[in-house]
Design a protein around this ligand. Sequence first.
Ligand SMILES: C[S@@+](CC[C@H](N)C(=O)[O-])C[C@H]1O[C@@H](n2cnc3c(N)ncnc32)[C@H](O)[C@@H]1O
Length: 471
Amino acid sequence: MSDTATASPSTAAASPTAAAPLKTAAGLLCRHPAVACACPVDGHLLAQPAAATLPADRAVREAAHTAGLAALGSVDWAAVADRVAVLDAAAHAAMGATLAEAGLFTAAGAVHPVAEVLTALAVAPRHRRVVRRWLRELTREGVLSAAGPDSYRAERPCTAADLDVRLARLDAAAAGLGHGEQMGEFLARCARSLPRLLRDEVTVQQLMFPDGRTDTADSTYRDNLASRYVNGVAAATLRHVAAWHAPDTPLRVLEIGAGVGGTSAVVIPALAESTDPVDYQFTDVSPFFLHVGREMFGDRPWVRYGRCDINSDLSAQGHAPGSVDVVLAANVLHNAVDTGQLMAALYRLLAPGGWLVFIDTSREHPQIMTSTEFLMSPPAADPDARFTDGRAERDQIFPTVAQWRAAAEGAGFDPLWSLPEPGHPVAGLGQYVHAARTRLRPDPAGLRRYLAGRLPDPPQVAVAPTLPAPR
Ligand SMILES: C[S@@+](CC[C@H](N)C(=O)[O-])C[C@H]1O[C@@H](n2cnc3c(N)ncnc32)[C@H](O)[C@@H]1O
């Protein structure tokens, strides 16, 4: 792993007869306050950094969850589940209607290979994944079934007959989930435009930002129940981090994919309450959103604006290793081509003991599949571009909570905490906040000096985020 740091690579490894002294040295190194554990590897010692613990670090999770619930107020969770079901059903009806209008799966028992479906819908190559995901989703719903490795059978006929009825219920259901009235309209606009979206004759941006207005996106990322909970959790977490940050240096926050500022609009005012300095970078891959940010936060001189693309080298974009105390990212990290590589890059970017706080969806939302998912298709110039972290095999876009945890821990982060807990009614909304810290970064030469004070002939020491499994 490229993060492995060595005391002095030019000096030779310890002699092969040094196994017992190496074990003794490993035992001593484990007592160093910046080391979690150490083990002998190929004649030297490998040390894993200790976790940075803040007073009340564990309590922050409880406090953050409480703040998230407080942002929701009182909620009738049974009614919420019904409204989610209405949105799901409308999206399923829209997928079915689109297939039926192309003459596909119109009778029970009809079988169509995926290739035939793509041709009948004249799908732009970059959106093929969208259709493959619909076919899987309709199979999960029991509308279709697998009829071979690349073929589907209709269990129930697809039809456009009930689309209007389903779409007519969208407004009330979306409003009941706390979305602005624009959301139901936007979802219905997308549902009716699916054939044109698939052919790339219209874009989701055109449907989402009619006349350049951002109120639909505002309602997506700010006003609804899921956003209120996750933004409340994120703001409480950052407030806690700011409270414990050493006051002599500003708390350096980098927000990635800040977009229309749904999360920033909650977090920035929370940080403004801090009596200590904050340096907040509001970034996005698209310069369009930097204008939005300037309009929202231009009166706060400690907020800066800039571009940041998670799929390009961060240091080449001016984000030096170890230069940030908190990375905040809401609904953007799933855009990483490779979540493992992204986690490793964010780990390098963060200072020792730094925090990664990110919000992401971990539910397959049918209404996303028929709307904003088109934004996640590869570019037309590279329509077959794929995720390289295992998601492509299952046509998956949003990593599960377990996949995020594995990616973060593989990069060396402390185990991730995620809210809400599984089984909590908020989890039905599918949005999670994950938080993890980088470990302390002990200097290998310093560790060797530490051993030199205790042993006559200290071995080489290297530092790595994770240790190899015992052989
Ligand atoms: C779903 S929106 C999130 C909105 C925003 N975080 C909020 O809370 O309002 C995703 C944002 O991520 C940005 N984005 C997409 N790909 C990105 C990338 N590779 N690097 C950085 N940002 C990206 C988009 O431009 C968009 O603003």
